[in-house]
Design a protein around this ligand. Structure first.
Ligand code: MG
Ligand code: FE
Length: 163
């Protein structure tokens, strides 16, 4: 493997760990959004997408000759940034959870933009196609969260006032 190929493999593994972490966080968030059906439905849709993303990345890693036996070790310790966000995910307050989710989507967007550029250098069009498809899902989730954040905040404040 040349340097670019090695980097691509490392970044694919990180992205896989990131998606595994996303699954855990989205499950937690979905469980706490029962009072906000529209947001909950969107989170559950993205949870299903995220599971497929993790599988697709695993496919890319295998196809590139990587082995997936060590993938699980990486999970949960992707990067310190991701960790601080996942602390926000476990907060009971739904507004913080939504902020964390919005932030996490942007971390994913950055990761896939990097991956796409790397696949171009390496000349792996199959992995590029996978990453472009995933990037679209992350952009769509980020934009939907952005659209929901103000309303979610107003609704949260309205409910906490009437208590
Ligand atoms: Mg994702
Ligand atoms: Fe995502």
């Amino acid at each position: 493997m040349n340097q670019a190929e090695e980097n691509l493999m490392a970044w694919l593994r990180n992205a896989h760990a990131m998606e595994e972490q996303a699954v855990t966080m989205l499950i937690g968030l979905a469980n706490r959004t029962g009072d906000y059906p529209e947001v909950k439905a969107r989170i559950e849709q993205h949870l299903a997408e995220t599971r497929k993303q993790a599988e697709a990345l695993e496919g890319c890693i295998l196809r590139r000759g990587g082995d997936t036996s060590t993938l699980k070790d990486l999970t949960g310790k992707v990067i310190a940034f991701g960790q601080s966000i996942s602390d926000m995910f476990v907060d009971d307050e739904i507004v913080k959870g939504a902020m964390a989710s919005y932030t996490f989507e942007h971390m994913e967007i950055a990761a896939y933009r990097v991956l796409i550029a790397a696949t171009e250098i390496v000349g792996d069009t199959q992995t590029k196609t996978v990453c472009e498809r995933i990037l679209k899902e992350e952009l769509s989730m980020a934009s939907d969260l952005e659209a929901h954040l103000p309303e979610l905040t107003r609704e949260y404040l309205r409910r906490s006032q009437s208590n």
